[in-house]
Design a protein around this ligand. Structure first.
Ligand code: UD1
Length: 371
């Protein structure tokens, strides 16, 4: 295990309220501008998967509200460049979730654990079900054991809407029978059950947030397992046709990353008796099919090319839409950034990144040069 970065010793000067205009960068990026400042919080947070696009966005938000941030990542899918601007303000534990000693060390004196680390891909889990289980189940169980032993206040888990599977009923409600249809979905659901059981058996407060198709700045577009929006946006910005797997009628409740960050902050603040042991959907409550999404991106990007079609993916869910009333009831959660606004911000971020060759050069990334 390697310990990198520095622990911040005093609160950052740049604590902004949601209405502060200086929060928006030239790239239209908004890792904190849509996130409310929830009041002074000197709590210590451990973010697993801190180098991923969700984990690193969470880290920025927590730093902005005065939190102490510790990160945990094995950099298997996370990127050092995602942390480049905050590395000197967080304590980074470079280790694997299968390393229980490293987790015990990372959890020491932590108040809240935000568990974002995962291998987040349905097709990758179909190809490698054992690796999927190690990362997405064994890793979670280790983290729960370490969190219990360290007596952390609460663990918030990045659960997945894939747990609902292909049941025809829409929208998906948390009281519906889960029906996972891929190894990935099965693993994410198993980890949810572990979360709830640690609350029941050991009194460790846990909250599982079922994310619905999260997208936004810093999502990796370069892997064959990348999320569809990161791929489509970067392909279309480069003038290349994206590929729709299947007929394009599959739909998703695409959720901009700031909404997910907001839900995590609310889940930390909520009363334990209200939220502990619960599963809550985190989404926008609206869905868009893939062909419509392509049309919107065409307009926003100014792309004049066509789209290609490929075979439907094994393990793919056809439609996904969340009922978000429970998150509203228990967390006071309301999505602040809608789909099109989120797409605009994401496109602006990738556009800006293309203008900075050291960020878009995969060789530089692999060497970690940008840190
Ligand atoms: C996504 C997440 C997963 C999360 C789940 C539920 C990613 C990589 N996966 O899975 O972690 O738990 O939502 O929230 O973010 N597609 C194409 N062309 C492409 C790529 C994808 O047509 O180039 C299609 C897929 O076949 C699928 C849809 O787009 O029908 C969405 O795929 P993807 O972005 O990989 O997400 P999910 O599989 O829904």
């Amino acid at each position: 295990m390697h310990l990198l970065g520095r622990r911040r010793s005093s609160p950052p000067a740049n604590v902004h309220s949601a209405s502060c205009p200086c929060n928006t960068s030239a790239a239209g990026e908004s890792f904190s501008d849509a996130i409310l400042y929830h009041g002074s919080s000197m709590a210590t947070y451990l973010i697993t998967g801190v180098a991923g696009f969700i984990g690193s966005t969470l880290a920025r938000a927590l730093l902005a509200q005065g939190g102490e941030v510790r990160g945990f990542d094995n950099f298997s899918t996370g990127k050092r460049e995602n942390l480049a601007d905050i590395l000197d303000r967080i304590e980074l534990h470079e280790a694997d979730l299968l390393d229980l000693d490293a987790l015990h060390q990372a959890c020491r004196a932590v108040d809240y654990v935000l568990h974002e680390a995962a291998i987040p891909s349905v097709p990758r889990s179909v190809k490698d079900p054992l690796g999927n289980n190690r990362a997405n189940v064994d890793g979670t169980l280790n983290l729960l054991v370490a969190s219990r032993d360290a007596k952390v206040k609460r663990v918030i888990y990045a659960a997945s809407s894939s747990a609902y599977g292909d049941t025809p009923t829409l929208p998906k409600r948390e009281d519906m029978q889960p029906n996972p249809i891929s190894p990935y979905a099965t693993a994410k659901l198993a980890s949810e059950y572990y979360m709830a059981s640690f609350y029941r058996c050991y009194g460790l407060e846990t909250v599982s947030l079922r994310y619905f198709n999260v997208f936004g700045p810093r999502q990796d577009p370069a892997s064959p397992y990348s999320g569809v929006l990161a791929k489509f946006i970067t392909q279309m910005l480069q003038g290349e046709p994206p590929t729709i797997f299947g007929d394009g009628k599959q739909s998703r409740d695409f959720t901009y990353v700031d909404n997910v960050v907001e839900a995590n902050l609310l889940a930390c603040k909520a009363e334990g008796k209200e939220v502990a042991g619960r599963v809550l959907n985190v989404a926008t409550g609206q869905r868009m099919d893939l062909y419509q999404t392509f049309q919107i991106l065409k307009r926003l990007i100014g792309y004049s090319g066509e789209v290609k079609y490929g075979a439907e993916r094994a393990g793919d869910v056809k439609h996904s839409l969340a009922d978000i009333s429970r998150a509203e009831q228990y967390l006071g959660y309301k999505p602040k950034v809608d789909f099109e606004e989120g797409l605009g911000r994401t496109i602006a971020w990738y556009r800006n990144r293309e203008l900075q060759p050291q960020l878009s050069n995969p060789n530089a990334r692999a060497r970690g040069d940008s840190c």
